[in-house]
Design a protein around this ligand. Structure first.
Ligand SMILES: [Zn+2]
Ligand SMILES: [Zn+2]
Length: 314
């Protein structure tokens, strides 16, 4: 399908591409994997009735044949046929070509701008929340309150969990509180693991979503994890994670990684947004040709939520 892009979110992953930390060996390539638009044309074999449909793009196209794809987990397919904004041209453009199956219908109730952060931010939160096997009443720490973090706060809350947000920017922590976190810890001025122990009555967190992945955040997260706790990595930096196995053994803790999302996660995320269970947070919109401003603001930590690029005038 040829999709005319109407909104494209700026994800933190873009900074990893720019720094070279994430190098998938394809260049030049158009970034942008949070893509919303309108179907302009379809190829042969695709239902022509979809022309004119508002869509949000699922950015993986798995091989469809491996056991991960067969199980619906194409985000870990070893033979991806496409990954828009990662190895294939993405949404920082006026038009993008995507597989018809990847173009998911967008309900009227969600605007193009509000929908953009669903494509990676909310879907990644949905995926991580499922992997963490959250249970009602559990203590959940969302470490890092950006696009994924805001989604996680709301999802964990909707799941019936008790949420603690950790960040370094007062405005982001205030937003996390507004979205349902019952406590916020400022990592720039408070001892994070000690505060989490205190807030949880000494037991520590049942689930920690690590959206930062710095040496400091990983150390604090590990120290704040309770018995049977799950430490779920979503973010990463150049730093490595170190833990003594005795901690994992005697407390039966799990450390796991969560990458991207499944097609079903995107359908779920769109539904959650349409029903108002999760709202996206957009800091600002920018015309496409000012994309660098969005990246710079993200890198400086100035954004509360996403910057969304508008490739074609609204
Ligand atoms: Zn992303
Ligand atoms: Zn596959």
């Amino acid at each position: 399908m040829l999709v005319r892009v109407t909104a494209a979110g700026v994800c933190h992953t873009e900074l990893h591409f720019l720094s070279g930390l994430l190098d998938l060996g394809v260049a030049p390539m158009t970034l942008g994997h949070e893509i919303v638009g309108v179907v302009e044309a379809v190829g042969s074999g695709v239902e022509t009735g979809r022309v004119g449909e508002r869509v949000i793009v699922y950015y993986y196209v798995g091989c469809g044949a491996c056991r991960h794809c067969r199980g619906g987990n194409e985000q870990i397919c070893p033979n991806l046929r496409a990954e828009y904004g990662f190895v294939n041209d993405g949404g920082y453009a006026e038009y993008v070509t995507v597989a018809a199956r990847s173009a998911v219908p967008l309900p009227e109730s969600v605007s193009d701008v509000d929908a953009a952060p669903i494509g990676c931010g909310v879907t990644t939160a949905v995926h991580a929340a499922k992997l963490a096997e959250l249970a009602a009443g559990e203590w959940v720490v969302v470490y890092g309150v950006g696009g994924v973090g805001f989604g996680l706060v709301q999802l964990a809350r909707a799941w019936g969990a008790r949420v603690i947000a950790v960040g370094r920017t007062p405005a982001k922590l205030r937003m996390a509180r507004e979205l349902g976190a019952e406590a916020a810890v400022d990592a720039s001025s408070e001892p994070v693991s000690a505060r989490i122990r205190e807030l949880t009555g000494g037991v520590g967190a049942d689930v920690i979503f690590e959206c930062v992945g710095s040496a400091e955040s990983m150390t604090q997260a590990s120290a704040a994890l309770g018995r049977r706790g799950r430490l779920v990595f979503i973010g990463y930096s150049a730093d490595s994670f170190t833990v003594h196995p005795i901690q994992l053994v005697v407390f039966e803790q799990k450390v796991l990684g969560s990458v991207g999302n499944t097609l079903q996660d995107l359908y779920d995320a769109v539904d959650l947004a349409a029903r108002g269970v999760v709202q996206t947070v957009v800091d600002r919109t920018l015309p496409l040709d000012r994309f660098q401003e969005g990246l710079d603001a993200l890198e400086k930590g100035e954004l509360v939520g996403r910057a969304v690029l508008l490739p074609t005038p609204l």
